[in-house]
Ligand binder design. Structure first.
Ligand code: ADA
Length: 562
């Protein structure tokens, strides 16, 4: 399953789930598919789920046969290869991609009908070639962790749809852009039609050979239900491209939610009404599955967060699997999605690999996830170098890039540098991560520290913006209960979260909170000294989603402060 709804009725799509041939190779064999494959590996999955590869860091090849029922263009779609993919078609290199958390596709313009060999080289090694995936307080797994599909397409591809809802009068208008690409050497003449909420849009299409272009329009709708947490109404937008004889030659189906999110003064408005956010930071990580979190666990996570009276989730610290975002759309969860960055400093930003890797991630995240109504803000650079001119240049570049791709959503960034941060002016919403009572101070310091922070934010001119407590929390070893209630006990975590939520949920300047974190997650072994079990143990549930003592505390506090 690639998405939670069917995206094509015309286009021929084959999902390539199942066991592939698998063979780890040494660095010296990079770029050379092996002749012999000794293993079988499930796709999607990460190789750490296999008993022999629990801690494997390096390269491996995946291989399988695919059958193309017709001659013509083929589009290979990879929703997440961790963390670098090199793709071969019948032994010839046809493309590559960096970053486990964003999708990529490769178009082969002319493929003969019949059986072909698809080979993917995955590499999860660390080093200067990888600026974003590095030894970190989360684990970089290896393999084809998200779904793979092969599409047999026609001469013209309906590549993307961008649907931007805006309120107009008592109804809504959907500004739409259709991205088309002529894959053939012949000119194309046809018609594009799109249906949504009972309305139809139609436009002639003329494309020169190999031409890519957009067709834009505005579809006025009435009688629709606005998308909101209490009414997550979704509408199917079906676009069909037909040739000059009226024969459908491609299609693309999207889901839209009619909602507007804006910042007005110190308020975050959804459809003109102020929203207050209460929820969690969530890594894509689950016991036995690593980052290849199955849809069943995604559903369970949202059921637990709903039970906890949460309405908000931050995709810390990278773009998420689209199926999770689909589920957030369906359940009315509000999402802060962010590009892939955690604690990147000048040494990383100076790597040759960094500029393109962060720019690609910005673009792929926004272009692919644009239509999700649940995403109400974009985030960048979690706890990165926001206090130097070098760092600020990269913050500015990402903000500029994302705003150019999407003018409809506010931007934020989670900082941990009060008194030093030089980037607050770039964002619509100010967010800070503070671990008062865990890394320093005690519960009695929570309120004074917040007031001091807010005073400084005001002093640097960002006091007129909404403010989010984007991270706070404490570690608790699952099952460790002790009446002395010291750090690492479940009691301590429950006590500190209670004290923190009593301040943050009631403070008039705090628009929302995201607890660090929803579930315990695996971390890189380089972090063993401060991460018992080689896990980040600040989850309110453990890696198996078993509640800790803090679960009931959070449920009550969130429930008492809607
Ligand atoms: C930081 C960081 C998180 C996590 C957290 C912690 O705020 O953003 O990814 O590392 O600290 O557990 O200390």
């Amino acid at each position: 399953m690639i998405r939670m709804f069917e995206r094509h009725k015309v286009r021929n799509v084959a999902e390539l789930d199942g066991d592939w041939d698998f063979e780890p190779v040494p660095e010296s064999a990079a770029g050379r598919p092996p002749k012999r494959y000794r293993y079988r590996m499930p796709v999607p999955d990460c190789w750490e789920s296999h008993p022999e590869f629990r801690t494997y860091r390096g390269r491996a090849f995946y291989r399988r046969q695919v059958h193309c029922p017709q001659a013509g263009p083929v589009r290979l779609v990879f929703h997440g290869v961790s963390h670098t993919a090199t793709v071969y078609w019948d032994g010839r290199k046809v493309g590559s991609h960096y970053n486990a958390y964003t999708a990529f596709s490769i178009v082969l313009p002319a493929v003969r009908a019949g059986v072909h060999t698809l080979t993917v080289e995955a590499d999860n090694s660390f080093g200067p070639h990888s600026a974003l995936h590095k030894p970190n307080d989360y684990y970089t797994y290896g393999g084809l962790a998200r779904p793979v599909a092969m599409e047999c397409v026609g001469p013209v591809l309906l590549e993307r749809i961008f649907a931007t809802p805006r309120r107009s009068g008592r109804g809504w208008t959907l500004d739409v852009r259709f991205a088309l690409r002529n894959l053939s050497r012949q000119a194309f003449a046809g018609t594009l039609t799109a249906d949504v909420a009972g309305q139809t849009f139609s436009a002639p299409v003329r494309l020169r050979p190999r031409q890519a272009r957009e067709i834009a329009g505005a579809i006025r709708v009435s009688g629709v239900t606005a998308w909101a947490p209490e009414s997550p109404a979704l509408y199917t937008l079906t676009a069909v491209l037909s040739d000059a004889d009226g024969r459908p030659c491609d299609d693309l189906i999207e889901r839209v939610g009619f909602r507007e999110v804006k910042v007005k003064g110190r308020k975050i408005l959804l459809n003109g009404r102020e929203i207050r956010l209460r929820g969690f930071n969530r890594h894509e990580d689950a016991a036995d599955f690593g980052c290849a979190v199955p849809v069943e666990v995604m559903r369970q996570d949202l059921a637990l967060m709903t039970d906890l009276n949460a309405n908000f989730v931050r995709t810390s610290h990278y773009p998420n699997d689209e199926r999770f975002l689909d589920l957030c759309d369906e359940r009315g969860f509000l999402v802060w999605e962010e590009h892939h960055a955690r604690a990147l400093m000048a040494d990383t930003m100076k790597l040759k690999s960094f500029p393109k890797q962060i720019a690609d991630c910005d673009r792929e995240m926004v272009l692919d996830h644009y239509n999700h109504p649940s995403i109400v803000m974009w985030g960048v650079f979690n706890e990165c170098e926001s206090f130097t001119a070098l760092g600020r240049r990269y913050y500015e570049a990402s903000v500029r890039r994302i705003r150019a791709l999407d003018a409809s959503r506010p931007l934020t960034s989670a900082s941990c540098y009060p008194e030093k941060d030089r980037t607050l002016d770039l964002f619509d919403i100010v967010s800070f991560n503070r671990y008062v009572g865990w890394y320093w101070g005690g519960p009695d310091m929570i309120r004074p520290a917040l007031d001091k922070l807010l005073a400084w934010i005001g002093k640097v001119g960002a006091g007129g913006k909404p403010f989010l407590m984007s991270e706070f929390g404490a570690g608790a070893i699952p099952g460790w209960r002790a009446d002395r209630r010291t750090k690492w006990t479940e009691e301590f975590q429950a006590d500190l979260l209670a004290a923190s939520l009593d301040v943050y949920l009631k403070h008039p300047r705090v628009n929302g909170v995201a607890i660090w974190q929803f579930c315990d997650v695996r971390v890189c072994e380089e972090w063993f000294h401060s991460r018992p079990r080689c896990m980040n143990n600040k989850g309110v549930v453990d890696e198996h989603r078993r509640p800790k003592l803090a679960y009931e505390t959070v449920k009550t506090k969130f429930g008492d402060n809607p």
